[in-house]
Write a protein that binds this ligand. Structure first.
Ligand SMILES: [Zn+2]
Length: 713
């Protein structure tokens, strides 16, 4: 056989061997994706199809890498053997060389993506040993140089001229260069002149971002230098609140200016007919006004955009069953992840592209590249731009690759289960602190480190977006809004339920998941002359009306929310804006005694997979149960009323947010007039959902008799 073809065979054998080894390691994961799940036959078939589809992509990628590797084998052996060896020696050398190269690649990748590479047992010691992958890569480069020197010595020993040696080194370098060119991820296009006419709106959403974890709000870790810098240039709303701590309903309220009861999206993954709400959305309005509209996100499991929402350009991970079936049990095809995160690999395996759900292999920087590339693309259309980007890096699974797995003291942490990703730590994991003797939850503390390092990931998105806007000059006519769709609940001592976080949307206690980041950076001439902090409460439903107000447009119909610009300009409003929040699908562990339960206990009773589209939706028959079991909260000033959806009777609790941010001390028995006043505000929300217990009318009567003063701080 000609040496070139023999080399190709060797390359294909190499990729086959790695495929087999990785398949053995991934077999359990892949099986879990489609078996042992209690669901209907059609869903199971779709899950199995998803796995088969995934495997088809992996196999194709291995064939491609095998061929590329084969060319490399040819180039390497041509250099190593000045004189043709026996076939046996040739094969022995190739096997040894390929083994070393593969091992080096695996060890290097293990430092970058430890979660994906726990094949040798615990990788923690290895990962912590190399503080930076650059060191290991330096060692590999030194080894490569040594190998080249040995090859040169072999050529001399064989009495061959160095010209042949140089030629073959050139061949090997050409192979490395060509492979790198083929498999690299392209840099984003720059925003280029002519700039869009403007005024443009750039909406940067960071999923689950809590304001109190930012340095600007007094946090002690330096989680987000770029966000802090942007806040310095912005008008900040220090008391901003979500409407429902789940991504899709929160985004729909943000884009529509409507409460969930008005737009009808009552949790993530609504039924197909609720995906596009029957109310006007910001991108629809702006598109009609001549705007180019785009939405970019890195997670499409629980929230995704469809064209009907008004976004002309939508960049999001491929929708479908692989996001659920394969991502949780992400297979360990290391060669793919080491070499194929590029347009070719993403074409072969679309679900791997910029997908935070596949956390073990996710690359935040590539997502940012893609987001900036999309920004440049929509900016080149000659229209004003409405560009929205939503980063989900703080959302579970919370996988942390280098350098984020080393931030904020994670290095010294030795408990394997949440060294690199959230563990959903329970309340029962308590240890005695050696210094203080207090009961501490070290698992939860590590989850917070992981959360905080994710803020740094999101910070890079903000940094690079702001830099590109400034560099291009688009900054001068662009309104930049930073916000979070909801916060995140972290473990705390003495919670009134069994903790299963980090999470959001399950209950109404505390402010961690309900308080959000909201800041507006105005270009010159559009906002107030100086930056400032607005302390009056604002809601996500106020954002869409604010943006349209700034641009001189309005929604075609009235909205529940209203522009915050009067507050920005310092105008007093007759009373603070009512904060209303409701839960999404919850679980019994978060419910008070006597709470309404779902008749639909299993996931498959609540959700259905549409086998035609591969999309997961809430089942229509579950919707009334979901709404009936929602807990709700209203806040006016420091006073917060929590409504529990009870099987019988009513139960409310009153909290003072100033002294009791975790909501552990119910004041409802001692402050009946305040309860009545808040319950009267809640009543319209309950009646809209068909809840009208006699207590509502009694509270309303008591509130009317007491007058407006009882809710004063
Ligand atoms: Zn979210």
């Amino acid at each position: 056989m000609h040496l070139f073809f023999r080399s190709l065979v060797a390359g294909l054998l190499w990729s086959l061997v790695t495929f087999v080894i990785d398949s053995v390691e991934s077999a359990g994961l892949l099986t879990r994706s489609s078996k042992h799940i209690r669901t209907d036959a059609a869903t199971l078939a779709a899950l199995t199809d998803g796995v088969i589809d995934y495997m088809r992509g992996i196999v194709l990628a291995h064939v491609l890498l095998g061929l590329i590797g084969g060319v490399g084998v040819y180039a390497a052996q041509a250099l190593w053997f000045p004189v043709q060896p026996s076939r046996r020696r040739w094969w022995a050398t190739v096997v040894v060389g390929a083994s070393f190269a593969t091992l080096g690649l695996y060890l290097q990748q293990m430092i970058h993506f430890p979660n994906l590479h726990d094949w040798a047992g615990t990788p923690i010691a290895w990962v912590d040993f190399w503080e930076s992958p650059r060191r290991f890569e330096g060692a590999l480069a030194a080894l490569g140089a040594f190998t080249l020197a040995v090859a040169a010595w072999r050529w001399r020993q064989a009495g061959q001229g160095l010209g042949g040696y140089a030629l073959r080194v050139g061949g090997l370098v050409a192979w490395v260069g060509a492979t790198a060119a083929l498999l690299h991820h392209p840099a984003p296009r720059p925003i280029a002149a002519p700039l869009p006419p403007g005024p443009n709106v750039v909406l940067i959403g960071v999923d689950s971002l809590r304001p109190d974890h930012l340095g600007h709000f007094g946090y002690d870790r330096d989680t987000a230098p770029a966000i802090d810098a942007l806040l310095q240039e912005s008008v900040i709303f220090s008391s901003a609140w979500t409407v429902l701590p789940r991504t899709y309903p929160a985004w729909m309220s943000t884009l529509s200016g409507q409460w969930p009861r008005t737009h009808g999206v009552r949790d993530n993954l609504p039924e197909p007919e609720h995906l596009v709400p029957p109310v006007a959305l910001l991108p629809q309005v702006l598109r009609d006004k001549g705007y180019a509209t785009a939405f970019v996100t890195d997670d499409s499991r629980f929230s995704y955009m469809v064209p009907g929402t008004g976004f002309d350009t939508i960049v999001q991970p491929e929708l479908g069953v692989q996001n659920f079936a394969v991502s949780v049990n992400e297979p360990r095809y290391k060669l793919f992840h080491a070499l194929m995160h590029n347009p070719i690999g993403f074409r072969i395996l679309p679900s791997a592209a910029y997908n935070q759900a596949f956390g073990k292999s996710y690359r935040p920087d590539l997502f940012i590249d893609k987001a900036l590339d999309t920004l440049a693309e929509v900016s080149a259309q000659g229209k004003p731009v409405f560009y929205a980007v939503h980063s989900c890096v703080l959302h579970a699974p919370g996988d942390r690759a280098w350098p984020w797995h080393q931030m904020f003291g994670q290095n010294g942490y030795r408990l394997e289960r949440n060294r690199f990703r959230y563990s959903r730590s329970g309340s029962e994991v308590l240890d005695e602190d050696e210094e203080t003797g207090e009961q501490v939850n070290i698992v939860a503390a590590q989850d917070v480190r992981i959360y905080d390092s994710g803020i740094d990931m999101a910070d890079r998105l903000v940094a690079r977006t702001v830099d590109e806007l400034k560099r291009s000059g688009m900054w001068d006519n662009t309104i930049v809004i930073l916000f979070s769709d909801h916060g995140e609940e972290h473990w705390a001592p003495d919670l009134p339920y069994k903790f299963g976080g980090p999470n959001h949307g399950f209950h109404m206690y505390g402010t961690g998941q309900s308080r959000v980041v909201w800041a507006i950076r105005f270009p010159e001439g559009m906002g107030p002359a100086a930056t400032k902090v607005v302390d009056a409460p604002v809601r996500l439903i106020d954002m869409g009306p604010t943006i349209l107000d700034l641009l001189g447009f309005s929604y075609p119909a009235p909205t529940d929310g209203a522009s915050v610009m009067p507050l920005v300009h310092g105008q007093a409003e007759p009373e603070p804006r009512l904060v209303y929040i409701e839960t999404g699908v919850s679980e019994p562990r978060y419910w008070t005694r006597g709470h309404r339960k779902y008749p639909f206990k299993t996931i498959s009773q609540r959700y259905r997979l549409d086998p035609d589209t591969g999309l997961v939706h809430l089942r229509p028959e579950f919707r009334p149960q979901l709404i009936a079991a929602k807990d709700r909260a209203v806040q006016v000033g420091p006073w917060k009323l929590v409504w529990h959806a009870m099987e019988e009777g009513v139960k409310v609790e009153l909290f003072d947010l100033r002294t009791d941010p975790l909501n552990q001390h119910d004041l409802s028995l001692s402050m009946a007039p305040r309860v009545a006043a808040l319950a009267a505000r809640l009543a319209p929300f309950l009646r809209a959902d068909g809840e009208d217990p006699p207590a509502l009318a009694e509270w309303e009567a008591a509130a009317a008799a007491a007058g407006p003063g009882v809710l004063a701080p």
